[in-house]
Design a protein around this ligand. Structure first.
Ligand SMILES: *[C@@H]1O[C@H](CO)[C@@H](O)[C@H](O)[C@H]1NC(C)=O
Ligand SMILES: *[C@@H]1O[C@H](CO)[C@@H](O)[C@H](O)[C@H]1NC(C)=O
Length: 437
């Protein structure tokens, strides 16, 4: 009997809700009296500016040279000798010549990614006896030998991926070096581009003893390659973006006109800035390979829909910025993988206060250590400007209190959370809840 009462009551509440959100209520966009109080005073970033002086600065008592994206082809004579970190990403360097860095004897890190490097002379790193980090990803290097690294005994972090490695006998010494267990951060993710039978094999996983075998016994043709689905070329490549290594691994894809999440995001990125692009939806498993990600900025994209599995795998994410998008609610499940979320930015979205917003609200209530802001109803008109929490409470007040079933130890809102869970399960299992009426 009581069960029937609940069903009927819920039916009436729903009906009331439907009436309210029915015709006559406009999906008015909020007027934006937006306070830009937290806007930073960065100037516009200048790109492709040859001839611009490089930035030299100190951070935590270490001297940096930032000469990224300057169309450099060589190191410049006037750079100070006591540099500790040298950032030369996204230039036009083609060849690393012998003793090119010899005067920078204190250098600990050298970032040469996203240049046009195809040749590294044997003594190119002469003098870099303190170098620990060397970034060579996104270049055109085909072959390299261990000999090049004789000058860098302290090297413990080396990036080589996204180079067209030709995995033949010449590479034997390098591959051997990369596979020494102690060198676990050298050359990860780098893959062979050729020869055909080694294509896409990781340098770390090649069978070294077979590299120089070629002439004696040609490799057996690989049958399993035949039935494989064709590899789909990435549409948007993360090489459009800037990579920074210090102080934390950051991929900056701000304002790149992106319509999709870029592929090939380096797996060790900790901070990813995708703000001010044109990504209007998040599809399932968009960030599956970026396990270390802690901060994700998706603000100002016009996102309308987030698939419930979009954030799957982001178990370490701590901060998610969704400010200034076109979100009206979250589908059930969107937040379930974010175990370590601490801050969620929700401002300036057209949150619509109807039953579909309950999931977001109850998730936040149950994860009370997650700080959030900006959860304010923008539609329908009668709730505009209300906090979503106030709206949800009013949703219950619609139903005459004395008629609500009373469970002495349970907060009616917790009960609502259970209900959302159950409804979801019912929906996903295709079970219909029949309403008697
Ligand atoms: C996200 O990016 C926007 C615009 O680039 C910036 O204003 C905002 O502070 C960023 N959010 C976080 C949490 O850093
Ligand atoms: C909000 O996002 C739109 C694009 O969706 C952008 O044109 C606008 O400048 C953004 N507003 C702010 C304050 O960043």
């Amino acid at each position: 009997m009581q069960a029937l009462t609940i069903v009927i009551l819920l039916f009436f509440c729903k009906a009331a809700e439907l009436r309210k959100t029915g015709p006559g209520t406009s999906r008015s966009k909020a007027h934006h009296g937006r306070a830009n109080g937290d806007r930073r005073a960065w100037g516009p970033v200048k790109r492709y500016a040859p001839g611009l002086p490089c930035d030299i600065y100190s951070y935590l008592h270490e001297k940096y040279l930032d000469c990224q994206e300057r169309r450099l082809v060589y190191v410049l004579a006037d750079w100070p000798e006591d540099l500790i970190h040298m950032l030369l990403a996204r230039n036009k360097i083609r060849t690393l010549k012998n003793s090119m860095f010899a005067k920078f004897r204190k250098l600990k890190s050298l970032d040469l990614q996203q240049n046009d490097i195809s040749k590294i002379e044997t003594d190119a790193f002469f003098g870099l006896s303190r170098l620990t980090t060397l970034l060579l990803q996104h270049n055109r290097i085909k072959v390299l030998t261990e000999e090049v690294f004789i000058h860098t005994p302290l090297l413990n972090y080396l990036r080589l991926y996204d180079n067209p490695w030709r995995c033949s006998c010449e590479m034997e010494t390098l591959v051997t070096m990369l596979q020494i267990p102690r060198n676990r951060n050298l050359g990860n993710y780098a893959k062979c581009e050729g020869p055909e039978d080694r294509k896409n094999q990781k340098l770390k996983e090649l069978k070294v003893e077979e590299l120089c075998d070629e002439d004696q016994k040609p490799p057996a043709p690989r049958n399993q390659a035949v039935g494989k689905p064709p590899v789909i070329k990435p549409v948007v490549d993360s090489s459009l973006c800037h990579i920074y290594v210090f102080p934390i691994q950051t991929l900056d894809c701000k304002r790149k006109e992106l319509r999709k999440i870029p592929t090939n995001i380096p797996p060790d990125i900790v901070k990813l800035d995708l703000s001010n692009n044109k990504i209007n939806q998040l599809r399932p498993k968009e960030f599956e390979d970026v396990h270390e990600l802690k901060r994700l900025n998706l603000s100002s994209n016009g996102i309308e829909f987030i698939d419930p599995a979009a954030f799957s795998g982001l178990t370490h994410l701590e901060e998610l910025d969704l400010t200034n998008n076109s979100l009206q609610n979250f589908d059930y499940g969107v937040l379930e993988d974010l175990y370590f979320l601490k801050i969620l930015w929700l401002k300036d979205n057209p949150w619509r206060c109807d039953y579909n917003i309950h999931y977001l609200y109850y998730w936040l209530r149950h994860h009370y250590n997650v700080h959030y802001n900006g959860l304010e109803c923008k539609a329908p008109t009668e709730y505009k400007g209300w906090f979503v929490g106030k709206y949800v409470r009013s949703y219950f007040e619609e139903c005459p209190k004395d008629l609500l079933p009373s469970y002495p130890d349970q907060d009616p809102e917790d009960e609502e959370w259970d209900k959302i869970h159950k409804e979801h399960i019912a929906k996903t299992q295709g079970v219909r809840i029949t309403v008697i009426g």
